[in-house]
Design a protein around this ligand. Structure first.
Ligand code: 13P
Length: 262
């Protein structure tokens, strides 16, 4: 059984103070939920809020993620933050290869692969993002584009490390648009990603790796998404910025698990 993950990517939002109050409120809200059926809950604040948020995450029920990292450990790399520094702050996950980083900061598959290797070497978990543009989808290139992103990201990584990694399928046309990808289609693409993982790393890695869906996930969409066979959770943008919405998504994930187990 793969443990579901509900991860909130705050992107460039919230001051340190706002991040801390959000986290306190989220902790209170999660305390009312059934501990045994909680998914792994992950939040990814901006770099500057990581220290303060980490200090108040006394419980194990919320994990901390960074939104990016650099692959070198130290040196003359102005403006970058290394994996070890993020680990020292308490990050257990690092999001890499988000389409916004690929689009606005020219990140390539090769850079994403270097980041994945550095993260896994530090014994933390990369959340590797992939996804197609609307144009690629309309031209029938969705599967080939995503397969090539995944193969490049996982190049040279051991089976054991692939098994403990996380992939997030985020169709670019669904990000921040309110247009959620149909759950059956999201599940189909995620299954295809699992097949690619099997091809490059074997069945054990493919069975173990968690693959999330991201793109306009809301409390009203999560239950249907989480009842699909291959969707192991969600990477949430806009709806992770309000405690009531994010808690609603976590609750929906719990409900869906109950439905699946029944
Ligand atoms: P939205 O949930 O706002 O569509 O963002 C998704 C996303 O990019 C998460 O990484």
């Amino acid at each position: 059984m793969r443990k579901p993950i509900i991860a909130g990517n705050w992107k460039l939002n919230k001051t340190v103070g706002e991040s801390v109050s959000f986290t306190e409120e989220l902790k209170t809200s999660i305390c009312t939920m059934d501990e045994n059926s909680l998914p792994e809950v992950v939040i990814a604040p901006v770099f500057t809020a990581l220290v303060s948020v980490s200090e108040i995450l006394s419980c194990d029920c919320i994990k901390l993620a960074a939104q990016n990292c650099y692959w070198e450990a130290s040196g003359a790399f102005t403006g970058e933050v290394s994996v070890d520094i993020l680990k020292d702050l308490g990050c257990s996950y690092i999001i890499i290869g988000h389409s916004e980083r690929r689009q606005y900061f020219s990140e390539t598959d090769e850079m994403i692969n270097k980041k994945a290797k550095a993260i896994l070497a530090a014994d933390i978990i990369p959340i590797i993002c992939c996804g197609e543009t609307l144009e690629q989808r309309e031209e029938g290139l969705t599967d080939s584009h995503i397969a090539s992103q995944i193969k490049a990201a996982l190049e040279g990584i051991s089976k054991e490390d692939i098994a403990r990694s996380v992939i997030a399928y985020e169709p670019i046309w669904a990000i921040g648009t309110g247009k959620t990808c149909d759950s059956i289609e999201a599940n189909r693409v995620i299954k295809m990603i699992r097949n690619v993982v099997e091809e490059v790393s074997g069945k054990a890695s493919a069975d173990a790796i968690r693959i999330l869906y991201g793109g306009s996930v809301k409390p009203s969409t999560i239950e249907e998404q989480m009842t699909q066979s291959d969707i192991d959770g969600a990477l949430v943008g806009g709806a992770s910025l309000k405690v009531s919405d994010f808690a609603g998504i976590i609750e929906g994930c719990i409900k869906a698990q109950t439905v699946c187990e029944a």
